[in-house]
Design a protein around this ligand. Structure first.
Ligand SMILES: O=P(O)(O)OP(=O)(O)OP(=O)(O)OC[C@H]1O[C@@H](n2cnc3c(O)ncnc32)[C@H](O)[C@@H]1O
Ligand SMILES: [Mg+2]
Length: 196
């Protein structure tokens, strides 16, 4: 089976990609390079996704997939954006990030927000390719639901469904990550290269 490496330390993401690359041997990059943790110095999701996939290919010599994603809130000028994972600082956790977001949204009328996901794929000797997906919705007044991770408990879709009410499969049907993945799966040229 062909190998594909997922350049992420986020177990949720690796599980998502295992379900997608069923015909590949999916390897989390930390299995090969335990200290893998490139600085996400980009100012866009696209730049950070490329940093992660290209660093991964350089270190492993294998095809590498990465995902850079986050939440952008209109009334906060797009914050937390590329800083979504570290919104509440050095020792950020999902709970701390959500608490800070609620605090910064106190008294705000406009609750519009969207998730972005950029997937980058680097293959040795080939140009890196990227796929972008988004999901629009609103920030709620308090966390609800049991599913998901990150900011899911505070997010509801435009039709009013709280994201954390959805199981992984249901979320994938509408999510920013699902939408980026569907674009990637339609790219036949990519899979021809990966399977070569
Ligand atoms: O960089 P890697 O190692 O892949 O893992 P990470 O968790 O640091 O991932 P990012 O740098 O892409 O940061 C993404 C953050 O955005 C948030 N996020 C991304 N996708 C999300 C989703 O589907 N639901 C809720 N929050 C999400 C969440 O807080 C993540 O920690
Ligand atoms: Mg990260």
């Amino acid at each position: 089976m062909k190998k594909i490496v997922i350049a992420s330390g986020n177990k949720g993401k690796i599980e998502d990609f295992k379900a997608i690359f069923k015909d590949f041997e999916v390897i989390g990059i930390k299995e090969l390079v335990p200290e893998f943790d490139p600085d996400e110095t980009g100012t866009t999701f696209l730049e950070n996704a490329i940093i992660k996939s290209e660093t991964g290919t350089k270190l492993t010599g294998l095809p590498v997939v990465s995902d850079d994603s986050g939440l952008s809130v209109e009334v906060l000028d797009g914050a937390p954006g590329v800083y979504s994972a570290r919104y509440s600082g050095e020792n950020a956790t999902d709970d701390k990030n959500n608490a800070l977001l609620l605090k910064n949204m106190e008294g705000k009328e406009n609750r519009a927000a969207y998730f972005t996901c950029v997937i980058a794929v680097s293959i040795p000797g080939e140009e890196t390719v990227t796929y972008t997906g988004t999901l629009s919705g609103e920030i709620m007044e308090k966390p609800v639901g049991e599913h998901g991770f990150g900011y899911d408990p505070l997010f509801k879709t435009l039709d009013g469904t709280p994201l954390a009410y959805l199981n992984p499969e249901e979320k994938g049907e509408i999510s920013h990550r699902g939408n980026a993945i569907r674009k990637m799966l339609q790219d036949e040229a990519l899979f021809n290269k990966l399977l070569k």
